[in-house]
Unconditional design. Structure first.
Length: 349
């Protein structure tokens, strides 16, 4: 498969600017891979497609307030910092992106907050926009982290809206988010409400959790026609032993193993035994999945409607089948489904 094959007739007005009023009331498209049948429903009815002895696997990463605004020393020019990950707790070193990057050089000091409460020094260039910052702060680590996060805002992608609003603090986070470390939400999980989770539990549908800390690499554009030459950024993954055991037990029994989102699917496919079962894992993955690909663990998945040329679209097409998925996207556009992070969902059986 080539990059050019992952285009479709897209316009920005297809993107959802806001989430559905209630999490579980977004629309749901259901695709049956065996028959090619496409159905339309509401997300809270996803429970109708699962039974006792099935398992849904979720990504419980938690988004942190990764976007900060500050000023450059001397000139006072406004700069935007996007925190990627903490490199060293004791030295308060962070890997970040800066914008505009061309004027931010090693040795520059950056000031944040009223009375310049927080100061950072640029100590290294990592990429064209990437920098390593050392934060200078009088106080212990907990005080520093609290100050840093108080100044930060929810890192809502700017192609959704240019300005973050109070609703995003809650809705750009899953209800089961536990382990902090993501700069973007695992969007398929955003559709699950407490009420829906309880209904699934009562029905006997099992739930398992793993963690993949979504990084900006999840959204990096593919700029090579030959997909075998594209390199994914590494992201941290933790698959607990309990999750592996639960998934494998249901897989052996012939139940549905559903990956809730592309991050879960990529995590599971990054740690597979030679017999095709899920293995516990604590490490990093840069796995890139595209057609043709033989999936080992999950036999169904929930996902959103993704943008043209995206790695998420490539993975989902590998799972659903390229022709069927492209037909589904054509139908979604005709039926006015909402695309993107806050958009509607798809269940692929």
């Amino acid at each position: 498969m080539k990059l050019s094959q992952y285009n479709y007739n897209f316009s920005p007005n297809m993107l959802a600017k806001y989430p559905a009023e209630n999490r579980d009331e977004s629309r749901l498209m259901v695709i049956d891979r065996a028959s090619g049948k496409i159905e339309h429903s509401v997300f809270k009815n996803v429970i109708d497609y699962f039974d006792e002895g099935d398992v849904l696997t979720f990504n419980d990463t938690k988004v942190f307030p990764a976007r900060l605004y500050g000023n450059k020393e001397k000139t006072g020019a406004e700069i935007e910092i996007f925190l990627l990950r903490e490199l060293n707790r004791d030295l308060r070193l962070w890997d970040v992106l800066v914008d505009p990057a061309r004027k931010i050089r090693i040795g520059n000091k950056l000031y944040f907050g009223d009375d310049d409460l927080l100061v950072a020094e640029v100590i290294d260039n990592t990429t064209s926009r990437g920098r390593t910052l050392r934060f200078l702060f009088d106080g212990d680590y907990d005080e520093f982290k609290a100050t840093l996060y108080k100044m930060g805002e929810t890192p809502l992608p700017k192609w959704i809206r240019s300005k973050v609003e109070p609703i995003d603090d809650e809705r750009y986070q899953t209800i089961f988010a536990r382990h902090e470390g993501a700069v973007a939400a695992p969007t398929a999980g955003l559709h699950f409400s407490k009420h829906l989770m309880k209904r699934l539990e009562i029905k006997g549908v099992d739930m398992a959790f793993l963690t993949l800390h979504v990084g900006l690499g999840n959204f990096r554009t593919v700029d090579v026609e030959d997909l075998t030459k594209h390199k994914m950024d590494s992201e941290q993954v933790v698959i607990p032993e309990e999750t592996a055991e639960k998934v494998n037990q249901i897989k052996r029994a012939g139940g549905k193993v559903c990956a809730v989102g592309t991050t879960v699917m990529r995590s599971m496919e990054s740690s597979v035994s030679t017999e095709g079962f899920l293995k516990p894992f604590d490490g990093w993955t840069n796995k890139f999945i595209f057609c043709p690909y033989e999936f080992s663990v999950a036999n169904c998945m929930i996902t959103n409607f993704h943008l043209p040329y995206s790695t998420q679209l490539m993975m989902v097409s590998a799972f659903a089948g390229y022709d069927l998925l492209m037909e589904a996207y054509k139908v979604a556009k005709e039926e006015k489904y909402r695309f993107g992070t806050y958009g509607d969902a798809m269940l692929i059986l």
